[in-house]
Structure formats: C-alpha cells, structure tokens
Design a protein around this ligand. Structure first.
Ligand SMILES: Cc1cc2nc3c(=O)[nH]c(=O)nc-3n(C[C@H](O)[C@H](O)[C@H](O)COP(=O)(O)OP(=O)(O)OC[C@H]3O[C@@H](n4cnc5c(N)ncnc54)[C@H](O)[C@@H]3O)c2cc1C
Length: 441
C-alpha cells in the first residue's frame, strides 16, 4: 500500500483530528497552525457521539477519558425553562443513555490541549505559530508558502483553516460575501468561579456536586443557555440576541461586551437564575460573537485534485447545529481513511472523501438554520399545549452514526465510480442519505 505525505493547515479540531487519523495509519504528516496558542480562547465546546466514537478509539480510550476527567462529562439531560423560570421539559443530552461515554463537552481550550498533546506524540512536525500564506499545487504535488517565507510540498494538502479560511478563495475561488451576517450575535462567557459565586449558584440549583448541568431558558425571541461543571468551578453561558451593537466573529476577546449591554438583554429573563449568572460574571469575561451564515459549497477539492478543504473551512455550521467540532472530526476520519485506501491515488482519495461526506455534512448544516428559526419567535401556544413534544422536535436526536464505518462501507463503490470517470453534480454522485435520514423524526 502506498501512503501519501500530507500537509495539514490549521490545528483546530479538524486539523488535529486529521493529523491523528493520518498518522495512526502510517502517513507522514506535517501541521502548520498560525495561532501561537489556541488554548485560552473559546468557552464551551460539545462533541457528540458521532464524533465521540472517533476520539474513543484514540490511544485505547485514554484521550477520551482525560477529556471526561476534566470536562463536562456528567451531563445526562438538558432542562428547558420559560423566561420566568417555569420548567417546561427535559431532553436527554446524548442520543440515548448508552452514548454518554462517547459524548464529550468542556472548555474548548482544555479539550484542544488534550487532543494537541496526543497529536504531538504521533506527529513530530506540528508547527504552532507558523501560518500559511499561500496554497500551491502542480501536477505531482501540493504545497504551501509559510509565514516565514519557506515553501513546503507534499502529495496533498488538507486545508482545515477554519471558518475564515484563506483556502476558500485561493483554492476554490470563492469570494465570501460580506453581507452574510445573520443579524444575530451571541454573548459567550466562560469563567472559573470563586467560593462566593459557587454559593450563589448552589442557592439557585445551578450547581450540583454530583452531576454537571446544562439549562436552557427561552423568551419570546431570545435564548439563554448555561453549563456548570467540575462541581460548579467552571461555568459557561451564552445568550443569543439581535446584533444591535458592534459584535465580531472572533474568539480572541476582540469584542468584549460591556455589562450594561448584557444586562439590557438579560432583562428578557425574569428568572432569578439569569440575574445570578450576570452577577457572578465580572466585566471583561463575555464576548459578543457575531453569527455569520456561510452557505454550503459544491466543491471541497481543488481543480488539480491534490488539496481538500475540511471542517469549518468547507462547511461552517451555525452554533444551533451543535455539530461544528463533530463534523470537522467526521471529515478528519473520512479523509484519513480514504487517503490510506487510495493506495497513492491522492486525487481519487480526496474526491471520494467529498462524495462520502457531502450529503451528511449539508444536512447537518441545514439543521443549524432550522433550529435557529424555531426560536426566532417562540411558539408559546404549541409549547404550552405539549412542552415535551416541542422539546423533542426542537432537539431532534441524531440516529447513531459511525463515520469510519460509513467510509468503509461506501469507499469501494465511490472509488470505482471515480476510477470509471463517473462525473456529475455532487448532489447526484455523492453517497445518498440512508433510508430514514440522519435524525429520528
Ligand atoms: C480560538 C478558537 C476558539 C473557539 N471557541 C469555540 C467555542 O468555545 N465553542 C465552539 O463551539 N466553537 C469554538 N470554536 C470553533 C470550533 O472550534 C470550530 O467550529 C470547530 O471545531 C470546527 O473545527 P475546525 O478545525 O474546522 O476549525 P477551527 O477549530 O476554527 O480551527 C481552524 C484553525 O486553523 C487555524 N488557521 C486559520 N488560518 C490559518 C492559516 N492561514 N495558517 C495556519 N493556520 C490557520 C486557526 O488559527 C485555527 O486554529 C473556536 C475556534 C477557534 C479558532
């Protein structure tokens, strides 16, 4: 079997996932990440069982266990409330109870540092703080120009450079429009609490010494979500609101929200729980993150076929899909599998990756918009009549999914099609959704 050499751009969850999966299959991998330290940024990040299965396989389950040990692993259900604190219904957090072990959540930086540490044991060349400025490709190789001026080449390039990927323009010729704002933004907070804050949280049932918690409150047009873990020592909360003042799409505290601004929107939630969250949050801990809509694209691979975009670079999801990191990891496992099976035919392997992932990734992308719209104007009549039914529809559960098993099942036929020259619109040539679709209806 001939294994290709791989350059990966970006060491987010997609890039690191691809590095681990490719290295575990014996490929020579180099990773370039422009940001010097991704660890301190971000707040809560969820990885659901469809991608949790991938993590569980790493280092005999030790990577997953480490995430569980430090993260928000003991959530069993999400409780949903009205803005005034009236309880509406609960819904299971994982698809079902069997899957808690492969459902991961926690501070994004912590999860990232655990996965990065594991990737470093497999891939000697992970260059943090060395960005890519230019993507290159010729008939026999793909490469990148680095920020230090050096040019490096490999058999293929995986561009996992995130939602504001430069590969979109350079490799695919996509000019992302500036008018794709959703007119919504999210206040996002992560904080480690002190004793006094924990007392307040405990007094309002927002802290449990046994379990981790996630709560969700709805007003007429807004929603507030809070996570509490490590016995309330770690808290994250988000409030989705109309984008009324300067927000920005950045995780680097470039857009700190001031408390008065926060308080103005928090007023929609008359429950004391909301006031507690606000009270324990010091100035400077909340960012105002702009929600940007990025439509799906038809082609993930370069004209020459040696470069592929994965993760947010290929299909940035709205946070309401809850699947950003999970979909990036599904891409990562799929591309590594196809590259290993391609036996040196990199173009075939990358095209096969897109064909295997395309429909599923688009369906997940669409679900972000659907979930967002459900709470655009909260349907109180429907909720009052049947709170449990509403909650089950709004948080529809994904059917169990193993991206690696899916790739194993479909690669032979997809590869045969590509080798035979079967071409066409990706809607037609890609692996169709399974009977019954991806979600329980
Ligand atoms: C700092 C940060 C904090 C985040 N915090 C959260 C969070 O709290 N909750 C949440 O749900 N999602 C968060 N996200 C988004 C989430 O990680 C992604 O949506 C998801 O994991 C998809 O992963 P990805 O690898 O495709 O993209 P990302 O995780 O965004 O990773 C892309 C990586 O590529 C790097 N990169 C970009 N351009 C270049 C270049 N030219 N050269 C080299 N490297 C480049 C970026 O620095 C980044 O590390 C965050 C993303 C970042 C970058």
């Amino acid at each position: 079997m001939t294994l290709p050499s791989v350059i990966i751009v970006g060491a987010g969850f997609g890039g690191l996932g691809a590095a681990i999966e490719c290295a575990n299959r014996g490929m020579n991998v180099r990773v370039y990440e422009k940001y010097p330290d991704s660890n301190s940024h971000g707040d809560i990040l969820d990885i659901f069982p469809n991608a949790g299965r991938i993590i569980k396989r790493w280092n005999d389950g030790k990577v997953g266990q480490e995430i569980h040990d430090t993260g928000c692993s003991k959530i069993r259900s999400m409780d949903i409330y009205k803005y005034d604190g009236k309880f509406l219904a609960s819904t299971s957090w994982a698809e079902n109870d069997e899957f808690h072990d492969i459902t991961y959540a926690g501070h994004r930086g912590k999860l990232h540092s655990i996965i990065l540490a594991y990737a470093k044991t497999l891939v000697p060349e992970i260059h943090i703080g060395l960005g890519v400025q230019k993507y290159l490709e010729n008939d026999t190789q793909a490469g990148v120009v680095l920020s230090n001026g050096e040019t490096v080449w490999a058999d293929c390039v995986i561009a996992a450079d995130g939602a504001r990927s430069i590969a979109r323009e350079q490799v695919l010729g996509i000019n992302d429009s500036d008018d794709n704002e959703t007119s919504w933004a999210v206040f996002r907070t992560f904080l480690s609490t002190d004793e006094a804050a924990r007392k307040k949280l405990a007094a309002h049932g927002l802290l449990s010494t046994n379990d981790d918690l996630v709560r969700f409150w709805m007003s007429d047009t807004l929603y507030l979500m809070a996570f509490s873990w490590n016995k309330g020592k770690d808290i994250a909360w988000t409030l989705t609101h109309p984008d009324d003042k300067a927000s920005s799409e950045g995780w680097t505290r470039s857009s700190i929200a001031d408390r008065e601004h926060l308080a103005q929107w928090m007023k929609d939630f008359t429950t004391e729980d909301a006031q507690v969250l606000l009270d324990i949050t010091p100035q400077g801990r909340t960012i105002n993150f702009k929600l940007v809509y990025r439509p799906t694209i038809e082609k993930w691979t370069s004209k020459g076929g040696r470069t592929i975009l994965i993760g947010d670079a290929a299909h940035a999801n709205l946070p309401t899909a809850g699947q950003g990191a999970s979909q990036a990891l599904e891409d990562a496992a799929t591309v590594a599998y196809c590259l290993a099976k391609g036996d040196g035919d990199v173009r075939l392997a990358l095209e096969a990756t897109q064909r295997i992932r395309y429909h599923r990734s688009n369906a997940v992308h669409k679900s972000g918009g659907i979930n967002r719209d459900v709470v655009k104007k909260t349907p109180w009549d429907e909720i009052e009549a049947d709170p449990k039914g509403f909650v089950e529809r709004r948080w529809a559960k994904m059917r169990p999914w193993d991206p690696l098993a899916f790739a194993e099942e479909h690669f032979p036929k997809v590869a045969e099609d590509i080798a035979k020259g079967v071409q066409g619109h990706p809607d037609v040539v890609s692996v169709p959704p399974p009977p019954g679709g991806y979600w329980y209806s």
